[in-house]
Design a protein around this ligand. Sequence first.
Ligand SMILES: *[C@@H]1O[C@H](CO)[C@@H](O)[C@H](O)[C@H]1NC(C)=O
Ligand SMILES: *[C@@H]1O[C@H](CO)[C@@H](O)[C@H](O)[C@H]1NC(C)=O
Ligand SMILES: *[C@@H]1O[C@H](CO)[C@@H](O)[C@H](O)[C@H]1NC(C)=O
Length: 115
Amino acid sequence: MRHNNLNILSIILFLSFSAVAIAGRYGGWAAINDANDTHVKEIADFAVTEHNKQSGENLKLESVIKGETQVVSGTNYRLVVTASNGTASKKYVASVYEKPWENYRNLTSFDPALY
Ligand SMILES: *[C@@H]1O[C@H](CO)[C@@H](O)[C@H](O)[C@H]1NC(C)=O
Ligand SMILES: *[C@@H]1O[C@H](CO)[C@@H](O)[C@H](O)[C@H]1NC(C)=O
Ligand SMILES: *[C@@H]1O[C@H](CO)[C@@H](O)[C@H](O)[C@H]1NC(C)=O
C-alpha cells in the first residue's frame, strides 16, 4: 500500500514538473543568449526608429545590453538598449511584438530604464 502511494506521488510530481517545463517554454520569458544576434539588433533598430516616429525624437541605437523573449502567437521581445540623442546616451526598455510569418512588428512600449 505504502509503495503504491509513493508511485502515485512520483507520477503526480512528474506531471507537475512537466507542466511547469511546458509552461516555461510557452508563455514564459527566456533570456536572449546573444544580444548581438542580427535579428535581435533588427528588432532593437525597429523599436528606436518607431519610437522616433511616435515621439519626434531622434535617437540612435547604440547597443543592445540584454533581452528576453516570450513565445506566444508570435514573439514578444523585451530589450534593454542604449540609445543616444546626439549628446547624451541613455538606457531604455523596448518591447516589440513580432509575427515573422506576417512580416508584422509593433512597438508596444519604449521607456527610459529605471535602473
Ligand atoms: C557585441 O558586440 C560588441 C561590439 O561589436 C562587443 O563589444 C561585445 O563584446 C559583443 N557582446 C557579446 C555578448 O558578444
Ligand atoms: C539629449 O538629452 C540630454 C539629456 O536628457 C538633453 O540635455 C539634451 O538637450 C538632448 N539633446 C538633444 C539634441 O535632444
Ligand atoms: C501596437 O501596440 C500598441 C501599444 O500596446 C497598441 O496600442 C496598438 O493597438 C498596437 N497596434 C496594433 C496594430 O496592434
